[in-house]
Design a protein around this ligand. Structure first.
Ligand SMILES: Cc1ncc(COP(=O)(O)O)c(C=O)c1O
Length: 382
């Protein structure tokens, strides 16, 4: 292994496996995989390619620039941008053939004007309806007028779909999901009565696709489950056939023995009661390991066992309590992933830190190299 030992390893076989599983559970709905935020920290292009190979129909992104990155990598599959975008991005959105999401008159008109300027016919638009998330989307009672407006601006635009986003799907017992689906169905009925063909209908995120069959319509938009992370620890059981794709690994960079009574790291917040072997690991909060992970019981795997992180995590390094056990410079450290029969998951970190696995993997910074074992390197393809 060359270069920095701290790195993210992404198992693209796990991505392919998870896409296959999610497609099977969602069938006959098509699977759109969500690769925004650099594929939830896993690397958008590599994940997108693997997911498409495994049968995903298309991709979802949050930003035009994320869609453009995929197009520049040669990906021609449908790409849906999940929210309206700043007006100065509309040109790139249209020219790269990204499917637009719209929920306002002004944005629909801006899209149509841009399409006309570029002689584009039938640029695909999906209408987003807010059925209870209260983030973005058209109010249900405005949807018919907006759907009609997309059609009225034809031939520049075509209404390819109508969708909504679930707020509480990961809480399987919440009545909110059924109510959101009911509101969505009212909108679809109203559109059809008004003579508007809504196109593809889609509601489900990962939790919807897995746990709410009624939310699997023509398409599902799955993110977190494709990465093998359950949307909420309460769903671990139903996600047990998914495989986590991401590991966060490093190697011990320094070992020493600290005497009883000595303290460690900034602020000396941890003091050793007895003489202890300590390993230093070259990864820190600049890489996305939260500074306070040690104070919530955070541990890493060394020598096949969990070892507590001691003292605050620093910007580039953290320290680990080996007790009486020994380790050597170069020994493997697993922060997220498996070592022997032990495993630490992104959701384990999330639970300890009062957050969710999504935030943990998205926060792994660009400083960490992403490795894709088994992927064909450009030089090997000759
Ligand atoms: C509109 C929309 N659809 C789908 C998803 C995917 O959600 P998940 O990662 O829970 O599957 C997201 C993610 O935030 C989203 O914003």
């Amino acid at each position: 292994m060359t270069g920095r030992s701290s790195r993210v390893i992404v198992d693209l076989d796990a991505i392919r496996h998870n896409v296959t599983r999610l497609a099977r559970v969602s069938a006959p709905a098509r699977v759109m995989v969500v690769v925004k935020a650099n594929g939830y920290g896993h690397g958008a292009v590599k994940v997108a390619e693997a997911a498409l190979e495994a049968g995903a129909h298309g991709l979802c992104v949050a930003l035009v620039q994320e869609g453009v990155e995929l197009r520049r990598a040669g990906i021609e599959a449908p790409i849906l941008v999940l929210s309206e975008q700043p007006r100065d991005q509309v040109g790139e959105l249209v020219s790269h053939g990204l499917i637009a999401t719209a929920y306002s008159v002004a944005f629909i008109d801006a899209l149509a004007d841009e399409a006309r300027r570029r002689d584009v016919v039938g640029h695909e638009v999906h209408l987003k309806v807010d059925t209870g998330m209260n983030r973005v989307g058209a109010r249900p009672d405005a949807a018919v007028e907006l759907g009609g407006r997309v059609l009225a601006r034809s031939p520049q635009l075509s209404l390819g779909g109508v969708f909504t986003h679930l707020a509480c799907a990961d809480d399987v017992s919440s009545p909110v999901t059924a109510e959101q689906i009911r509101r969505f169905d009212v909108v679809i009925d109203d559109l059809r009565r008004a003579g508007v063909d809504p196109g593809w209908l889609h509601i489900a995120n990962s939790a919807g696709a897995i746990a709410h069959p009624d939310s699997r319509r023509d398409m599902v938009r799955v993110g977190i489950a494709m990465y093998g992370i359950s949307p909420d620890p309460s769903m671990d059981e139903v996600c047990s056939d998914l495989r986590p794709a991401l590991s966060l690994v490093s190697r011990v960079s320094f070992v020493k023995t600290v005497n009883a009574g000595e303290a460690i790291s900034y602020g000396h917040r941890h003091r050793f009661e007895r003489t202890t072997n300590v390993a230093t690991v070259p990864i820190g909060y600049a890489d996305g390991v939260p500074r306070r992970l040690s104070s919530v019981g955070g541990a890493v795997l060394i020598g096949g066992r969990p070892r507590p992180i001691v003292g605050v995590v620093t910007m580039d390094q953290l320290m680990v309590d080996m007790g009486d056990d020994r380790c050597a410079v170069g020994d493997e450290v697993v922060l997220i992933g498996r070592q022997g029969d032990q495993q630490i998951t992104a959701n384990d970190w999330g639970t300890s830190l009062g957050t969710i696995g999504y935030e943990i993997v998205c926060a792994l910074s660009a400083r960490l190299r992403r490795d894709y074992p088994g992927a064909i390197a450009p030089d090997d393809s000759q």
